[in-house]
Design a protein around this ligand. Structure first.
Ligand SMILES: [Zn+2]
Length: 312
């Protein structure tokens, strides 16, 4: 594996090792139906879906962590020409709510709302313009899940999925919008089952980007073979799949950005989630891609605090 030289990367590597050893099937109670997640918010996918997807990102204790500092590139995959896509406004919220707690925050309809474990969303916040993806994508992509997404992100997503399929890939859409209440249910489940690791297993309600309605979790049919578990849906090794590699290289052309890169744990507060992409518009996504930074890093560096951070 590549040894990261930067201190931040050392920290990220440490965190991944923590995940690997604390989550990776070590729990004697771990079964496929109670599978484990390092994705700090993915566990909510369990509740709204017609069948509970297995969620597991932990690695076996005897397995070295992935070379996450140097994910493979898709040099052997076809590339696509950039297509004209809707570009989102990069104008930040004009009236930051500086005098309210972040947990009471109801953002506008912009695409760049910061959401971290200290910048939350009100339980009353539901994005406008949610639409069901079943009317836009075939069942072999949605797997029959009733996934919703904000309208602004639907056309770019459909275009990206279509181009992935044309390149011979088989992307899956595993999760999209999740309400505050859906996240609360998932969070409670993990608190009851594994209280010591609930903070790793799921984000508290109000602190998930999925509540914004502009986030998609992608899956790959290759993941099961790579991980060696037939019903796996989420795993950090998604970055090794053809779909994961393509997304890493091309998603920005459609306006999507990887929210939680491996090396950005300190900034985002979330563990590496190679499947979690957020729509921010082509201009911003391309800027982030070229600068090699996460959206959260950009937000915290360029925008004033929009609210009073809640206590962690
Ligand atoms: Zn996600």
């Amino acid at each position: 594996m590549t040894i990261p030289a930067h201190p931040r990367r050392w920290f990220g590597l440490f965190c991944l090792l923590v995940v690997a050893f604390s989550v990776g099937g070590c729990s004697p109670t771990a079964t496929p139906s109670t599978a484990i997640v390092t994705d700090a918010d993915e566990s909510a996918t369990i509740t709204p879906h017609p069948r509970p997807p297995v969620v597991a990102t932990g690695l076996p204790p005897t397995t070295p962590p992935p070379e996450a500092t140097a994910p493979p590139t898709a040099t052997d995959l076809p590339t696509i020409a950039p297509s004209p896509l809707p570009t989102a406004s990069l104008t930040p919220s004009p009236t930051p709510d500086r005098n309210i707690p972040c947990s009471s925050r109801i953002p506008d309809n912009g695409l760049l709302t910061v959401v971290t474990l200290t910048y939350g969303l009100s339980r009353d916040y539901e994005p406008a313009g949610l639409v069901g993806l079943s009317g836009y994508l075939p069942n072999d992509v949605t797997l029959g899940y009733p996934t919703e997404l904000r309208r602004a992100a639907v056309t770019p997503l459909v275009k990206m999925i279509t181009d992935m399929q044309a390149a011979g890939l088989q992307p899956r859409v595993l999760s999209g919008y999740r309400s505050f209440s859906a996240q609360a249910i998932a969070r409670q489940k993990w608190l009851e089952k594994e209280p010591d690791r609930a903070n790793i297993l799921s984000a508290p309600p109000g602190f998930s980007e999925h509540q914004l309605g502009t986030v998609i979790d992608f899956g790959s049919p290759e993941l099961a073979e790579i991980v060696g578990q037939e019903d796996i849906e989420f795993h950090t090794w998604f970055y090794k799949t053809s779909e994961g590699r393509w997304l890493l290289d091309n998603a920005h052309k459609y306006g999507f950005t990887l929210s939680y890169p491996f090396e950005a744990f300190e900034i985002t507060g979330f563990f590496y989630e190679p499947w979690h992409y957020r729509y921010v518009g082509v201009e911003m996504a391309t800027q982030l891609h070229e600068e090699g930074i996460s959206l959260t890093e950009h937000q915290l560096a360029t925008e004033p605090p929009p609210c009073i951070p809640d206590s962690p």
